[in-house]
Ligand binder design. Structure first.
Ligand code: COA
Length: 166
């Protein structure tokens, strides 16, 4: 008998672990690669010095949280972020850094784990901003149950905000 479409494609393949400064910096060129930035033009590109500042002023202080997306308990294949904490809400984001790990359900799995972490932190709503061109991200967020909350146009670029209650 065939497995139903609702059967999770990834069971215990993905884990999340708070990232270390070294891992985050080591994967810097991957984070800024064309494959990652293609549909994500809003992603800020920081110099190494700016990254160190960001780490010291935001990550180390817990204002911007980052987790490694770990594949089969060995390789870091991307990161998930939680930031802009305000009351019981925060913004989140994700990148899967290697093409071969995309469209396999790992982004979905990573976000499901992130939701659980955020619930434990008493966060009740999360939102994301991306561009209307980012079809992969929008497909992922919609599948996760996010709904469109706002649209903004900035020059020629349309930005979309998606929200989800946890
Ligand atoms: C967006 C991103 C995280 C998606 O991760 P992923 O692991 O490939 O997504 P998943 O495999 O979990 O896919 C979830 C759903 O979205 C769909 N999807 C993912 N990429 C898609 C694409 N390019 N086109 C159409 N659907 C897509 C999947 O098919 C799946 O739905 P299904 O199960 O019904 O088939 C990944 O493409 C990425 O890192 N992109 C670059 C960085 C980025 O844009 N981050 C978001 C910034 S807001």
């Amino acid at each position: 008998m065939f497995a139903s479409r609702k059967t999770p494609r990834t069971i215990n393949v993905i884990t999340l672990s708070p990232t270390k400064r070294e891992t985050y910096l080591q994967l810097r060129s991957r984070r800024y690669s064309h494959a990652v930035l293609k549909y994500d033009p809003g992603h800020p590109i920081l110099s190494i010095q700016q990254e160190e500042e960001f780490w010291k002023n935001e990550v180390a202080k817990g204002q911007h949280m980052i987790w490694d997306i770990i594949f089969k308990k060995s390789a870091t294949i991307g990161f998930v972020h939680a930031f802009n904490f305000n009351d019981n809400t925060c913004e989140t984001g994700i990148s899967i850094l290697f093409q071969k790990y995309r469209k396999k359900g790992y982004g979905y799995e990573a976000y499901r784990i992130l939701f659980e972490i955020l619930r434990q932190m008493s966060i009740s709503t999360t939102f994301i901003w991306t561009t209307a061109l980012n079809i992969s991200a929008i497909a992922l967020y919609r599948k996760l149950g996010f709904t469109l909350a706002e649209t903004q146009t900035d020059n020629d670029l349309t930005w979309v905000k998606y929200m989800r209650c946890l």
